[in-house]
Every structure is written in C-alpha cells, then in structure tokens.
Write a protein that binds this ligand. Structure first.
Ligand SMILES: [Fe+2]
Length: 204
C-alpha cells in the first residue's frame, strides 16, 4: 500500500508537479512554470507598492495619469494571477524576483540623482519601461509554457496580461517621444546656460 502511494507521488508529485527528475537542481517544465509564475506575482506586488512613490515625484500630468492607470491594471493582474494559481492548485505565495528588486532599486536611485522636472520624468520612463519589457518577456514565455502544459485557461489569462503590459509600454513610449524627452533636452540646455552665465563650468 505504501509503495503504491509512493509511486503516485513520484508520478504526479504534490499539486500535480511531477516529482520525476525534479530534485532541487533539476526542474521539469511544470515546476519551472510555477517558479516563474511565483516570481511574477512577487514582481507585480512589489511594483504596485512602488508606483505611488514614483507618482509622487513626477511632474508631467500625462505620465502621472499613465502610471496611475497602470497601477489599477497591475492590481487586477495580481487578482487574475491569484485566480490562475488557484486554478492549477498552487499557493498564491510569491517568490522574490531579483530582477524586479534590482529595477526598483534603480528607480529609487533615479529619484536621488535627478530634480523634480522633465529630466526626472524621462529617467522614470526609462526605468519603468525596463520593468515593462522584463514583464513582457516573462509573460510571453509563461503563456507558451502554459499552452505546452495544457493549462489553456491560465495561458489565456497570461496572454491578456502580456497585452496590457505592451499597451502600458506603448503609452510610455508615446509620452517620452512626443513631449517628455524634448522637455528634458530643453531643460538640459537651460541648466547648461545657467552654469555658463554664473561662470561655472558644468562637470560631467
Ligand atoms: Fe506592468
């Protein structure tokens, strides 16, 4: 009896994760899928906590609106991920995503090294777009993993999140290209001019 139970665990594992060849150093595709999903839910939760702090430091009303809107979308995405986890019988506990952790640090450093205004806004767009591009790569991969594993409902939810990340990225590119980068370049000239007239030579 014990042996049959053990055999079932070997075949199907816990939560349907095959235990065959899945030691700590040898992941099967399902385990890899779940690990990466847990990193993404951690990433989204960390990012929702960061967005309000970023928004407080932005000058452009358009960029504030884009990020506030994306904060709402991200909250919905977290709920969608949680439902998806329940669908495949996995706990909604996240796993630290070191990439997002580093990018959030970069975001905070950006605020330290810039003043309120268009240059800071341009720098914020740059780092938020790095976050969005990371998310786009991750959700693209996860959608295909989900499909390969036959988790079609979850794969559809992941694809929907991918579409939303692409939309947010496009809005950020538009804001940067149409106004903020040019305002930042103009601001830079004012900065250089003010140093020149004060007899200072800016140091780079
Ligand atoms: Fe996002």
């Amino acid at each position: 009896m014990f042996d049959i139970f053990k055999l079932e665990i070997m075949r199907f594992g816990i939560n349907g994760v095959s235990a065959v060849n899945q030691s700590a150093h040898n992941y099967g595709l399902r385990r890899l899928f779940i690990k990466q999903l847990r990193e993404m839910i951690w990433a989204e939760r960390a990012f929702t906590k960061t967005i309000p702090k970023i928004v407080d430091n932005i000058a452009s009303p358009n960029l504030i609106a884009i990020l506030k809107d994306h904060a709402q979308t991200t909250s919905q995405q977290i709920k969608r991920l949680e439902s998806g986890f329940e669908l495949i019988g996995v706990s909604t506990r996240g796993k630290k995503c070191i990439v997002l952790e580093a990018l959030i640090k970069e975001c905070k450093n950006t605020l330290k090294h810039t003043e309120h205004g268009p240059v800071r806004d341009a720098a914020i767009i740059a780092v938020v777009q790095k976050i969005e591009h990371y998310a786009m790569a991750a959700y693209g991969t996860l959608t295909f993993f989900g499909k390969a594993l036959g988790e079609n409902a979850l794969a559809d939810a992941l694809n929907q999140i991918l579409i939303e990340e692409k939309e947010a990225d496009a809005f950020l590119s538009e804001a940067a290209y149409k106004t903020i980068n040019f305002d930042a370049a103009f601001d830079e000239k004012k900065f250089l001019a003010s140093h020149y007239y004060r007899g200072n030579t800016p140091k780079f």
